[in-house]
Design a protein. Structure first.
Length: 215
């Protein structure tokens, strides 16, 4: 049975919730059938995220790590294509650390591509009637940092480990104080993640269809 580790993040930036943390808990409580799911909630901390990720990987020995995190303002579940070797943060992490133009891994490659089928996941999430898009940038904060670290672990230590990352919108309770900003309910997020995990379980391959951006 396919072993999948889904990670979320703790709240950060003054928020009291993170949809990715609630989604990880929701998936643990009601996992999709037919796969062995483990979840972990990572600290929004440059010092703490990697040890927590490594511990979760060592506990479960997953075939796939599917990271999730909040990207406030995005109107859809964003299926990330690429992790880049850059930390460049507008805000400090939860320990007060702020990195500017630093490599995630000194001497590491400029970038890694996700090794899950990003277009198949996007199509599967949409088929569950949840908006989804392929995203060409996971940003340069902790989500990209962990996504890159996990890709680097796969490339250097765990051949065969596949890695993907999904960014989630604000929850409605977070968007209420941000007029005009998009949000997604937790049940919709969970429906989207279920669809993505089911596609991974079923080994769905990427369709040949354009999901790129013109600029
Ligand atoms: N979102 C941040 C870090 C943690 C999270 O949930 C990001 O997009 O980098």
């Amino acid at each position: 049975m396919l072993r999948v580790l889904v990670t979320g993040f703790e709240p950060f930036g003054g928020e009291s919730v993170n949809p990715s943390e609630l989604a990880a808990h929701g998936l643990a409580a009601a996992p999709p059938p037919g796969l062995r799911l483990a979840t972990a909630v990572l600290p929004v901390s440059y010092a703490g995220a990697l040890p927590a990720l490594r511990a979760a990987i060592a506990r479960q020995e997953p075939d796939v790590v599917l990271g999730t995190g909040l990207a406030g303002g995005r109107p859809h579940i964003a299926v990330e294509r690429i992790a880049i070797n850059v930390d460049d943060a507008r805000i400090p992490d939860n320990d007060g650390a702020r990195l500017i133009d630093a490599p995630v891994v000194a001497g590491g490659p400029a970038a890694y591509f996700a090794t899950v089928p990003i277009k198949a996941l996007t199509v599967a999430i949409r088929a569950a009637l949840v908006p989804a898009e392929v995203s060409q940038s996971a940003g340069t904060f902790l989500c990209n940092h962990v996504f890159y670290q996990c890709c680097h672990i796969a490339a250097t230590e765990r051949p065969g480990l596949r890695v993907g990352f999904l960014h989630l919108p604000w929850l409605p309770e977070q968007a209420i104080t941000r007029p005009g900003e998009a949000s997604m309910t937790l049940p919709a997020v969970l429906a989207g993640l279920h669809a993505a995990l089911t596609a991974l379980r079923d080994g769905v391959a990427d369709p040949l269809r354009a999901e790129g951006a013109a600029s």
